[in-house]
Ligand binder design. Structure first.
Ligand code: SF4
Length: 394
């Protein structure tokens, strides 16, 4: 992309590729945090930030992983300093993901003082046996203590991450974790069904018939999630995401919805920094090497750390965006979809929309298409219906 063609990008993601151990379900790229690797990563990340800083005016900044809270204070000081001195105003939503086993009083205070105003805590479960089943490094008590620490440090916009349909988890056990988590009164809740990614221990156990998946139980757990989160004042705004209104809702989303993720679902540009991070800018998608050594080598030699880039055609991109945006409870306003993609959702996807209406999975108003509660339950299947090959089949 030539400099003169580049618009400033308003969403930045930073991947911190280190974990204390590996969870049994996880397919994200991460490494065990050896001190020399962490130092090398931080230097490479600062080089990458320097190279893109002229293209970014971040309104949302998200540090994910891996386990960002595994970084030591001295690393955080360097990284935060670099973001503060890259000549840009502070992001209005600045999130750090953390794992209860690695959050300390000092780190929480440093992050708060540096302007991080949203914290996402990976609790996953409040049942010690199920945490062990997932291979998580923390206990129920550590999760509750970390949440208290964040509150006493002054964070007033907290997300709690939970998982359901964990192997051997009963409906009663899920109800207990969910209700305990809702009692915390976080501003945001992200809840994901366990998925089985190839090359993970959990996938191998499923293949070896060490447990089975009960689809009816999974549906009951999801229904429980929808009902109890609503009763607790958390409004569903995406298939797996719920947020509170702490100020009067002015737009389509609750006031504490994650703006960084809404930008993905609504097709905005973003820049990803760090190994394995993806970017989408000016119609080009790229992905950095999911290999720490390779990533660092590139930046140490003033080369791009991108492993591959891809220019999606307008039709394929529109299909992809239709699929992403329908995950939102607000669905797609027809006018907005046309402005962003140049395609008319009502016209270009008419047969698919008709089928969804017949199944009771969607509703259409004069302004928008949105999925119903039943449709959101099958959002992954719905998404596949909207994807388009670049050229129509001959
Ligand atoms: S802490 Fe997060 S990134 Fe690391 S292995 Fe577990 S789920 Fe994956």
């Amino acid at each position: 992309v030539k400099d003169e063609e580049a618009r400033p990008c308003r969403s930045v993601y930073v991947h911190v590729p280190f974990c204390a151990g590996f969870c049994d379900y996880c397919a994200f790229y991460s490494e065990i945090a050896r001190p020399d690797w962490v130092e090398r990563y931080v230097s490479a990340l600062l080089r990458e930030l320097d190279a893109v800083s002229k293209y970014i005016i971040p309104q949302t900044l998200f540090f994910g992983g891996g386990t960002p809270t595994l970084l030591e204070l001295k690393h955080w000081e360097k990284i935060l300093d670099a973001f503060h001195t890259c000549g840009r105003p502070p992001a209005w939503e600045w999130t750090v993901e953390g794992n209860p086993a690695t959050l300390t009083h000092e780190k929480a205070h440093l992050l708060k003082a540096a302007g991080i105003n949203r914290f996402s805590l990976g609790i996953q479960s409040l049942d010690d046996d199920l945490l062990a089943r997932l291979g998580r490094a923390h206990s129920r008590q550590q999760a509750l203590d970390s949440y208290d620490l964040l509150r006493t440090t002054g964070f007033d916009n907290l997300n709690v991450d939970l998982m359901f349909a964990i192997p051997t988890q009963s409906l009663a056990a899920w109800r207990h974790t969910l209700n305990s988590a809702l009692d915390l009164q976080s501003e945001h809740l992200s809840c994901y069904e366990v998925t089985y990614e190839e090359d993970t221990p959990l996938y191998a156990q499923l293949q070896a018939n060490r447990f089975s998946v009960d689809d009816d139980l999974v549906c009951d757990m999801y229904d429980l999630l929808l009902d109890h989160s609503q009763q607790a004042g958390l409004l569903q705004y995406e298939v797996s995401n719920f947020a509170r209104n702490t100020t009067p809702q002015t737009g389509e989303f609750p006031s504490c919805a994650c703006q960084h993720n809404i930008n993905y679902w609504r097709g905005g540009d973003y820049i990803g920094l760090g190994p394995s991070a993806s970017s989408y800018r000016n119609g080009v998608r790229s992905r950095n090497w999911a290999n720490l050594d390779r990533y660092c080598q590139c930046l140490e030699h003033d080369q791009s750390p991108a492993e591959d880039t891809e220019q999606l055609g307008p039709r394929a991109r529109a299909g992809e965006l239709a699929a992403f945006g329908l995950r939102l409870q607000a669905g797609w306003p027809f006018a907005l979809f046309q402005t962003i993609t140049g395609f008319d959702l009502r016209h270009d996807w008419a047969p698919e929309i008709d089928s969804l209406l017949k199944l009771g999975y969607a509703e259409v108003t004069p302004e928008r298409l949105r999925l119903t509660r039943a449709g959101l339950r099958y959002a992954d299947w719905v998404a596949e219906q909207f994807l388009r090959p670049e050229s129509p089949p001959a």
